[in-house]
Ligand binder design. Structure first.
Ligand code: GRF
Length: 217
């Protein structure tokens, strides 16, 4: 059983999907703590309801990003995690922080990276008229939204989509791929080697690409 700490800033639906997968006995991991940078992050309540210890490291209490990073790292390390999972965590983490967790810090991003790093990914995908959109789980490096890619899920963009319908279609896939990536890590099939993802998913029919709607929406 690996020890997992999840960092959130808001709703926490990805956190909830990970918790549900663990509770269902489908993930050889223990969520040992959930940390947020805002006391009003809605996901904190659902973590507590599941009996998971929570904590808040409020970025507004710190004069610099480094000071915040140091405090957050201390809170994380208090849980002695094997893996740190960013799930809708909306702060940019500095180089020293990222280096400290190298190979055991992952993020989910709501686009098919390297397309649409940063914010408002669904709006931008619609504005560009892409026909395929999706989400990406990747190792975190100092380069924002550019770390080595672990798994992606693609969804179609369909006529009549707006930001909300597209976001919902992508989010449903986020809730599949994040538990999958954590499972691979927990089963020692996934690691970061020399800036590249080493994934022993050869026996896994899903591989590292999921195209759930290939045969229609
Ligand atoms: C997700 O779309 C995630 O990819 C992005 O922020 C959103 C967080 O949603 N980084 P939730 O808090 O997990 O519900």
């Amino acid at each position: 059983m690996i020890r997992v700490v999840i960092l959130i800033s808001g709703r926490g639906s990805n956190m909830a999907s990970l918790l549900a997968t663990v509770e269902a006995g489908d993930l050889p991991a223990r969520i040992v703590g959930v940390l947020a940078n805002r006391a009003d992050a809605a996901g904190l309540a659902s973590a507590r309801a599941s009996g998971v210890p929570t904590g808040v490291v409020d970025h507004r209490q710190y004069a610099s990003r480094d000071a915040f990073d140091t405090a957050m790292a201390a809170a994380i390390d208090g849980f002695a995690p094997d893996l740190v999972v960013l799930a809708g965590f909306m702060r940019i983490l500095g180089e020293a922080f990222v280096r400290h967790y190298q190979g055991r810090l992952i993020n989910i991003h709501p686009s098919l990276l390297p397309a649409f790093p940063g914010l408002h990914t669904h709006r931008r995908a619609l504005a560009e008229g892409v026909r395929v959109h999706g989400c990406t789980v990747h190792f975190v490096t100092a380069d924002l939204d550019h770390g080595p890619i672990i798994v992606q899920a693609a969804v179609p963009v369909v006529d009549g989509d707006d930001e909300a319908t597209l976001a919902a279609r992508v989010l449903a896939q986020e809730h599949r791929v994040y538990p999958l990536a954590v499972r691979w890590f927990a089963e020692s099939r996934l690691r970061l080697g020399d800036g590249r993802v080493l994934l022993d998913a050869a026996q896994d029919a899903t591989g590292a690409l999921i195209v759930p709607h290939a045969a229609g929406v």
